[in-house]
Design a protein around this ligand. Structure first.
Ligand code: PEP
Ligand code: MN
Length: 397
Protein backbone atom coordinates (compact mmCIF):
# COMPACT_ATOMS: atom_id res chain seq x y z
CA UNK A 1 0.00 0.00 0.00
CA UNK A 2 1.30 3.47 -0.82
CA UNK A 3 1.69 5.78 2.09
CA UNK A 4 0.70 9.39 2.06
CA UNK A 5 3.72 11.56 2.73
CA UNK A 6 3.88 12.39 6.41
CA UNK A 7 4.90 16.00 6.64
CA UNK A 8 6.40 15.73 10.12
CA UNK A 9 8.73 18.11 11.90
CA UNK A 10 11.96 16.68 13.24
CA UNK A 11 12.19 17.10 17.01
CA UNK A 12 14.87 19.76 16.64
CA UNK A 13 12.19 21.95 15.06
CA UNK A 14 9.51 21.43 17.68
CA UNK A 15 10.32 24.75 19.31
CA UNK A 16 11.10 23.10 22.65
CA UNK A 17 14.88 23.25 22.53
CA UNK A 18 15.14 19.51 21.96
CA UNK A 19 17.97 17.91 20.09
CA UNK A 20 19.48 14.51 19.38
CA UNK A 21 20.01 12.42 21.33
CA UNK A 22 16.67 13.04 23.00
CA UNK A 23 16.80 11.59 26.49
CA UNK A 24 13.51 10.81 28.19
CA UNK A 25 13.38 9.30 31.68
CA UNK A 26 10.86 8.82 34.42
CA UNK A 27 8.85 6.15 36.15
CA UNK A 28 6.51 3.72 34.49
CA UNK A 29 3.72 5.28 36.61
CA UNK A 30 3.39 8.44 38.63
CA UNK A 31 2.56 6.81 41.96
CA UNK A 32 2.60 9.69 44.43
CA UNK A 33 3.76 13.29 44.59
CA UNK A 34 6.85 12.21 46.56
CA UNK A 35 7.74 9.46 44.12
CA UNK A 36 7.34 11.74 41.07
CA UNK A 37 9.32 14.62 42.58
CA UNK A 38 11.91 12.32 44.15
CA UNK A 39 12.52 10.52 40.87
CA UNK A 40 12.74 13.80 38.95
CA UNK A 41 15.21 15.18 41.50
CA UNK A 42 17.37 12.07 41.13
CA UNK A 43 17.27 12.26 37.35
CA UNK A 44 18.28 15.92 37.26
CA UNK A 45 21.09 15.30 39.75
CA UNK A 46 22.52 12.26 38.00
CA UNK A 47 21.75 12.87 34.34
CA UNK A 48 21.51 16.54 33.45
CA UNK A 49 21.11 15.62 29.77
CA UNK A 50 17.58 14.33 30.34
CA UNK A 51 15.11 16.90 28.98
CA UNK A 52 11.83 15.06 29.29
CA UNK A 53 10.14 13.45 32.30
CA UNK A 54 7.82 10.58 31.40
CA UNK A 55 5.24 9.07 33.74
CA UNK A 56 2.04 7.13 33.16
CA UNK A 57 -1.02 8.60 34.81
CA UNK A 58 -3.55 6.15 33.37
CA UNK A 59 -1.97 2.72 33.09
CA UNK A 60 -3.14 0.06 30.64
CA UNK A 61 -2.75 -3.05 32.81
CA UNK A 62 -3.11 -6.51 31.36
CA UNK A 63 -5.06 -7.81 34.34
CA UNK A 64 -7.56 -5.91 36.47
CA UNK A 65 -6.85 -5.48 40.15
CA UNK A 66 -3.33 -4.15 39.61
CA UNK A 67 -2.25 -0.53 39.96
CA UNK A 68 -3.98 1.37 37.15
CA UNK A 69 -2.31 4.73 37.71
CA UNK A 70 -3.09 7.57 40.06
CA UNK A 71 -5.37 9.28 37.52
CA UNK A 72 -5.95 12.97 37.01
CA UNK A 73 -4.45 14.17 40.28
CA UNK A 74 -1.06 12.88 39.08
CA UNK A 75 -1.13 15.54 36.36
CA UNK A 76 -0.53 18.12 39.10
CA UNK A 77 2.59 16.23 40.20
CA UNK A 78 3.91 16.33 36.65
CA UNK A 79 3.26 20.04 36.50
CA UNK A 80 5.23 20.44 39.69
CA UNK A 81 8.09 18.40 38.22
CA UNK A 82 8.24 20.84 35.31
CA UNK A 83 8.11 23.89 37.55
CA UNK A 84 10.75 22.66 39.97
CA UNK A 85 13.16 20.89 37.67
CA UNK A 86 12.56 22.45 34.27
CA UNK A 87 11.80 19.08 32.66
CA UNK A 88 9.23 18.81 29.89
CA UNK A 89 6.42 16.43 30.82
CA UNK A 90 5.16 13.47 28.84
CA UNK A 91 2.30 11.11 29.62
CA UNK A 92 0.20 8.41 27.96
CA UNK A 93 -3.28 9.07 26.63
CA UNK A 94 -5.68 6.38 25.53
CA UNK A 95 -9.05 8.18 25.34
CA UNK A 96 -10.34 11.64 24.38
CA UNK A 97 -10.97 12.25 28.10
CA UNK A 98 -7.30 11.61 28.85
CA UNK A 99 -6.34 14.00 26.07
CA UNK A 100 -8.60 16.74 27.41
CA UNK A 101 -7.40 16.32 30.99
CA UNK A 102 -3.72 16.27 29.95
CA UNK A 103 -4.10 19.35 27.77
CA UNK A 104 -6.00 21.19 30.53
CA UNK A 105 -3.16 20.42 32.92
CA UNK A 106 -0.64 21.79 30.40
CA UNK A 107 1.27 18.50 29.91
CA UNK A 108 3.89 19.26 27.28
CA UNK A 109 3.79 16.11 25.21
CA UNK A 110 1.72 12.93 24.90
CA UNK A 111 2.32 9.34 23.92
CA UNK A 112 -0.04 6.71 22.63
CA UNK A 113 0.67 3.29 24.08
CA UNK A 114 1.30 -0.05 22.42
CA UNK A 115 -2.09 -1.41 23.45
CA UNK A 116 -3.98 1.58 22.06
CA UNK A 117 -2.20 1.96 18.71
CA UNK A 118 -3.67 -1.32 17.31
CA UNK A 119 -7.22 0.01 17.68
CA UNK A 120 -8.08 2.42 14.86
CA UNK A 121 -11.24 3.57 16.66
CA UNK A 122 -9.24 4.59 19.72
CA UNK A 123 -6.52 6.26 17.70
CA UNK A 124 -9.08 8.15 15.61
CA UNK A 125 -10.91 9.29 18.77
CA UNK A 126 -7.61 10.57 20.19
CA UNK A 127 -6.75 12.26 16.89
CA UNK A 128 -10.17 13.95 16.80
CA UNK A 129 -9.67 15.20 20.37
CA UNK A 130 -6.33 16.68 19.31
CA UNK A 131 -7.62 18.72 16.39
CA UNK A 132 -6.57 22.32 16.94
CA UNK A 133 -4.05 21.40 19.64
CA UNK A 134 -0.51 21.56 18.42
CA UNK A 135 1.00 19.17 20.95
CA UNK A 136 3.86 16.76 20.21
CA UNK A 137 2.77 13.12 20.19
CA UNK A 138 4.93 10.01 20.39
CA UNK A 139 3.38 6.92 18.82
CA UNK A 140 4.51 3.61 20.22
CA UNK A 141 4.64 0.58 17.98
CA UNK A 142 1.52 -1.59 18.24
CA UNK A 143 1.90 -4.53 20.58
CA UNK A 144 1.49 -6.86 17.58
CA UNK A 145 4.01 -6.72 14.75
CA UNK A 146 1.96 -4.86 12.17
CA UNK A 147 3.69 -1.99 10.43
CA UNK A 148 0.49 -0.76 8.83
CA UNK A 149 -1.14 -0.16 12.21
CA UNK A 150 1.87 1.86 13.34
CA UNK A 151 1.78 3.90 10.15
CA UNK A 152 -1.99 4.19 10.32
CA UNK A 153 -1.84 5.73 13.78
CA UNK A 154 0.73 8.29 12.60
CA UNK A 155 -1.42 9.06 9.57
CA UNK A 156 -4.53 9.60 11.71
CA UNK A 157 -2.67 12.08 13.93
CA UNK A 158 -1.18 13.74 10.88
CA UNK A 159 -4.68 13.98 9.46
CA UNK A 160 -5.70 15.83 12.64
CA UNK A 161 -3.15 18.51 11.76
CA UNK A 162 -0.31 17.37 14.03
CA UNK A 163 3.21 17.79 12.65
CA UNK A 164 5.26 17.30 15.78
CA UNK A 165 5.17 13.51 15.70
CA UNK A 166 7.72 10.85 16.58
CA UNK A 167 7.63 7.07 16.82
CA UNK A 168 8.68 4.93 19.78
CA UNK A 169 9.97 1.40 19.36
CA UNK A 170 9.13 -0.78 22.39
CA UNK A 171 9.17 -4.23 20.87
CA UNK A 172 6.41 -6.70 20.04
CA UNK A 173 4.53 -9.45 21.85
CA UNK A 174 6.08 -12.76 20.99
CA UNK A 175 4.95 -16.25 21.91
CA UNK A 176 8.21 -18.03 21.10
CA UNK A 177 11.27 -18.26 23.29
CA UNK A 178 12.99 -14.90 23.52
CA UNK A 179 15.30 -13.32 26.03
CA UNK A 180 13.31 -10.10 25.71
CA UNK A 181 10.06 -9.06 27.31
CA UNK A 182 9.00 -7.78 23.92
CA UNK A 183 10.78 -8.99 20.82
CA UNK A 184 12.59 -6.08 19.18
CA UNK A 185 12.02 -7.18 15.55
CA UNK A 186 14.27 -4.37 14.41
CA UNK A 187 13.08 -4.70 10.85
CA UNK A 188 9.86 -2.88 11.81
CA UNK A 189 11.42 0.41 12.97
CA UNK A 190 13.85 0.15 10.06
CA UNK A 191 10.99 -0.18 7.59
CA UNK A 192 9.09 2.67 9.25
CA UNK A 193 12.13 4.93 8.96
CA UNK A 194 12.67 3.86 5.36
CA UNK A 195 9.07 4.84 4.57
CA UNK A 196 9.30 8.15 6.48
CA UNK A 197 12.93 9.34 6.65
CA UNK A 198 12.03 12.58 8.48
CA UNK A 199 10.24 10.81 11.32
CA UNK A 200 12.24 10.61 14.54
CA UNK A 201 12.49 7.19 16.12
CA UNK A 202 12.91 6.91 19.87
CA UNK A 203 13.90 3.66 21.53
CA UNK A 204 12.17 2.41 24.67
CA UNK A 205 14.70 -0.24 25.71
CA UNK A 206 12.91 -0.75 29.04
CA UNK A 207 9.86 -2.41 27.51
CA UNK A 208 11.95 -4.38 25.01
CA UNK A 209 14.40 -5.69 27.59
CA UNK A 210 12.03 -6.10 30.52
CA UNK A 211 15.02 -6.23 32.84
CA UNK A 212 17.96 -3.92 33.56
CA UNK A 213 20.63 -6.34 32.33
CA UNK A 214 19.64 -6.16 28.66
CA UNK A 215 19.00 -2.41 28.55
CA UNK A 216 22.45 -1.57 27.32
CA UNK A 217 22.42 -4.05 24.46
CA UNK A 218 19.01 -2.87 23.24
CA UNK A 219 19.78 0.83 23.65
CA UNK A 220 23.09 0.49 21.81
CA UNK A 221 21.47 -1.37 18.96
CA UNK A 222 18.93 1.45 18.65
CA UNK A 223 21.66 4.08 18.63
CA UNK A 224 23.59 2.10 16.02
CA UNK A 225 20.46 2.16 13.90
CA UNK A 226 20.46 5.95 14.11
CA UNK A 227 17.51 6.27 16.47
CA UNK A 228 17.06 9.84 17.67
CA UNK A 229 16.80 9.14 21.37
CA UNK A 230 16.00 6.91 24.29
CA UNK A 231 13.15 6.66 26.76
CA UNK A 232 14.23 4.75 29.87
CA UNK A 233 11.95 3.88 32.77
CA UNK A 234 13.58 5.35 35.85
CA UNK A 235 12.34 5.21 39.42
CA UNK A 236 13.92 6.53 42.59
CA UNK A 237 13.25 3.17 44.26
CA UNK A 238 12.65 0.58 41.51
CA UNK A 239 12.09 -2.34 43.87
CA UNK A 240 9.03 -0.59 45.30
CA UNK A 241 7.51 0.44 41.97
CA UNK A 242 3.80 -0.25 41.57
CA UNK A 243 4.16 -1.19 37.90
CA UNK A 244 7.06 -2.62 35.86
CA UNK A 245 9.23 -2.89 38.99
CA UNK A 246 11.47 -5.50 37.38
CA UNK A 247 12.62 -3.27 34.51
CA UNK A 248 12.98 0.18 36.05
CA UNK A 249 16.35 1.52 37.09
CA UNK A 250 17.42 4.16 39.59
CA UNK A 251 18.73 7.53 38.37
CA UNK A 252 22.32 6.53 39.25
CA UNK A 253 22.00 3.39 37.12
CA UNK A 254 20.60 5.51 34.29
CA UNK A 255 23.71 7.63 34.43
CA UNK A 256 25.92 4.49 34.24
CA UNK A 257 23.88 3.13 31.38
CA UNK A 258 24.20 6.31 29.33
CA UNK A 259 27.91 6.56 30.02
CA UNK A 260 28.43 3.05 28.68
CA UNK A 261 26.67 3.80 25.39
CA UNK A 262 28.23 5.05 22.19
CA UNK A 263 26.14 7.89 20.83
CA UNK A 264 26.29 8.50 17.15
CA UNK A 265 26.63 12.04 15.96
CA UNK A 266 23.72 13.50 14.05
CA UNK A 267 23.82 13.54 10.28
CA UNK A 268 26.15 16.32 9.07
CA UNK A 269 23.24 18.27 7.63
CA UNK A 270 21.67 18.38 11.06
CA UNK A 271 18.53 17.03 9.45
CA UNK A 272 17.44 13.54 10.27
CA UNK A 273 17.36 12.29 6.74
CA UNK A 274 19.37 9.11 6.49
CA UNK A 275 22.71 9.48 4.83
CA UNK A 276 24.01 6.80 2.55
CA UNK A 277 26.15 5.44 5.36
CA UNK A 278 23.15 5.25 7.72
CA UNK A 279 21.32 3.21 5.14
CA UNK A 280 24.35 0.98 4.67
CA UNK A 281 24.52 0.42 8.42
CA UNK A 282 20.90 -0.63 8.37
CA UNK A 283 21.57 -3.05 5.52
CA UNK A 284 24.52 -4.50 7.45
CA UNK A 285 22.34 -4.97 10.49
CA UNK A 286 19.65 -6.71 8.47
CA UNK A 287 22.25 -8.95 6.80
CA UNK A 288 23.53 -9.89 10.25
CA UNK A 289 19.95 -10.68 11.33
CA UNK A 290 19.43 -12.85 8.26
CA UNK A 291 22.64 -14.78 9.00
CA UNK A 292 21.60 -15.26 12.63
CA UNK A 293 18.23 -16.57 11.59
CA UNK A 294 19.73 -18.92 9.03
CA UNK A 295 22.11 -20.24 11.69
CA UNK A 296 19.17 -20.88 14.02
CA UNK A 297 17.28 -22.60 11.21
CA UNK A 298 20.18 -24.96 10.53
CA UNK A 299 20.39 -25.92 14.18
CA UNK A 300 16.73 -26.88 14.12
CA UNK A 301 17.25 -28.81 10.89
CA UNK A 302 19.98 -30.81 12.64
CA UNK A 303 17.67 -31.60 15.53
CA UNK A 304 14.98 -32.72 13.11
CA UNK A 305 17.53 -34.89 11.35
CA UNK A 306 18.51 -36.63 14.56
CA UNK A 307 14.90 -37.07 15.57
CA UNK A 308 14.00 -38.66 12.23
CA UNK A 309 16.92 -41.00 12.43
CA UNK A 310 16.12 -41.99 15.98
CA UNK A 311 12.47 -42.68 15.13
CA UNK A 312 13.11 -44.14 11.73
CA UNK A 313 10.97 -41.52 10.00
CA UNK A 314 11.30 -41.13 6.23
CA UNK A 315 13.31 -38.14 5.17
CA UNK A 316 11.14 -37.37 2.17
CA UNK A 317 8.29 -35.04 3.13
CA UNK A 318 7.23 -33.52 -0.21
CA UNK A 319 3.91 -32.11 0.98
CA UNK A 320 5.62 -30.25 3.75
CA UNK A 321 8.08 -28.72 1.31
CA UNK A 322 5.27 -27.79 -1.09
CA UNK A 323 3.51 -25.97 1.73
CA UNK A 324 6.65 -24.08 2.70
CA UNK A 325 7.29 -22.98 -0.86
CA UNK A 326 3.68 -21.92 -1.36
CA UNK A 327 3.76 -19.88 1.84
CA UNK A 328 7.07 -18.27 0.90
CA UNK A 329 5.83 -17.44 -2.60
CA UNK A 330 2.72 -15.79 -1.16
CA UNK A 331 4.73 -13.86 1.42
CA UNK A 332 7.27 -12.89 -1.21
CA UNK A 333 4.56 -11.56 -3.47
CA UNK A 334 3.12 -9.49 -0.64
CA UNK A 335 6.56 -8.04 0.06
CA UNK A 336 7.26 -7.32 -3.61
CA UNK A 337 9.92 -10.02 -3.99
CA UNK A 338 10.47 -11.66 -7.34
CA UNK A 339 9.05 -15.20 -7.44
CA UNK A 340 12.17 -16.69 -9.05
CA UNK A 341 14.31 -15.05 -6.38
CA UNK A 342 12.16 -16.48 -3.58
CA UNK A 343 12.32 -19.96 -5.08
CA UNK A 344 16.06 -19.85 -5.69
CA UNK A 345 16.68 -18.55 -2.19
CA UNK A 346 14.50 -21.19 -0.55
CA UNK A 347 16.13 -23.95 -2.59
CA UNK A 348 19.57 -22.81 -1.48
CA UNK A 349 18.43 -22.70 2.14
CA UNK A 350 16.96 -26.15 1.78
CA UNK A 351 20.15 -27.52 0.30
CA UNK A 352 22.13 -26.14 3.22
CA UNK A 353 19.63 -27.71 5.66
CA UNK A 354 20.15 -31.09 4.04
CA UNK A 355 23.91 -30.66 4.28
CA UNK A 356 23.51 -30.02 8.03
CA UNK A 357 21.24 -33.02 8.49
CA UNK A 358 23.65 -35.23 6.63
CA UNK A 359 26.55 -33.98 8.70
CA UNK A 360 24.84 -34.78 12.00
CA UNK A 361 23.80 -38.22 10.75
CA UNK A 362 27.38 -38.91 9.83
CA UNK A 363 28.62 -37.62 13.14
CA UNK A 364 26.21 -39.93 14.96
CA UNK A 365 26.78 -43.09 12.91
CA UNK A 366 30.38 -42.53 11.80
CA UNK A 367 29.42 -43.36 8.22
CA UNK A 368 27.64 -41.49 5.44
CA UNK A 369 23.92 -41.35 5.95
CA UNK A 370 21.84 -43.65 3.81
CA UNK A 371 20.62 -41.92 0.68
CA UNK A 372 22.90 -38.94 1.17
CA UNK A 373 24.17 -38.99 -2.37
CA UNK A 374 20.68 -39.04 -3.74
CA UNK A 375 19.62 -36.27 -1.42
CA UNK A 376 22.42 -34.01 -2.47
CA UNK A 377 21.80 -34.62 -6.13
CA UNK A 378 18.16 -33.72 -6.05
CA UNK A 379 18.68 -30.79 -3.78
CA UNK A 380 20.87 -29.21 -6.45
CA UNK A 381 18.08 -29.43 -8.99
CA UNK A 382 16.58 -25.97 -9.42
CA UNK A 383 12.94 -25.74 -8.46
CA UNK A 384 11.11 -23.85 -11.12
CA UNK A 385 7.61 -24.11 -9.79
CA UNK A 386 5.47 -25.96 -7.30
CA UNK A 387 5.31 -29.06 -9.52
CA UNK A 388 8.97 -30.03 -9.20
CA UNK A 389 8.89 -29.58 -5.46
CA UNK A 390 7.99 -33.24 -5.25
CA UNK A 391 11.60 -34.06 -6.10
CA UNK A 392 12.75 -32.50 -2.90
CA UNK A 393 13.59 -34.13 0.34
CA UNK A 394 12.68 -31.97 3.19
CA UNK A 395 14.06 -31.32 6.63
CA UNK A 396 10.78 -29.67 7.56
CA UNK A 397 8.65 -31.85 9.72
C1 PEP B 1 4.74 2.48 29.41
O1 PEP B 1 5.51 3.16 28.71
O2 PEP B 1 4.78 2.42 30.63
C2 PEP B 1 3.78 1.60 28.71
C3 PEP B 1 2.65 1.20 29.26
O3 PEP B 1 4.24 1.26 27.53
P1 PEP B 1 3.69 0.31 26.36
O4 PEP B 1 2.46 0.96 25.85
O5 PEP B 1 4.83 0.37 25.41
O6 PEP B 1 3.47 -1.05 26.95
MN1 MN C 1 5.98 0.58 31.90
Amino acid sequence: MDHQQLNVLPLGSWGLGLERPLLIAGPCSAESREQALGTAAGIVAHVPGVRVFRAGVWKPRTRPGTFAGAGEKALDWLREVRERYGLLTLTEVATPEHVQAALRAGIDMLWIGARTVPNPFSVQAIADALVGHDVPVFVKNPINPDLQLWIGALERLHGAGLRRLAAVHRGFSWSGATPYRNHPMWEFPIRLKAAFPDLDLVSDPSHVAGAPDRLKEVAQQALDLNFSGLMVETHHDPGQALSDAEQQIAPGALSDLLEGLVFRSAAPSGALRNTLSDLRDQIDRLDADIAQKLGARMEIAERIGLYKREHNVAILQPERWERIMAAQRALGEELGLDRAFVEAFMNTVHQESIRHQTAVWEAVSGSPARGTERLENVSRTPLSSGSSARNFHSDQT
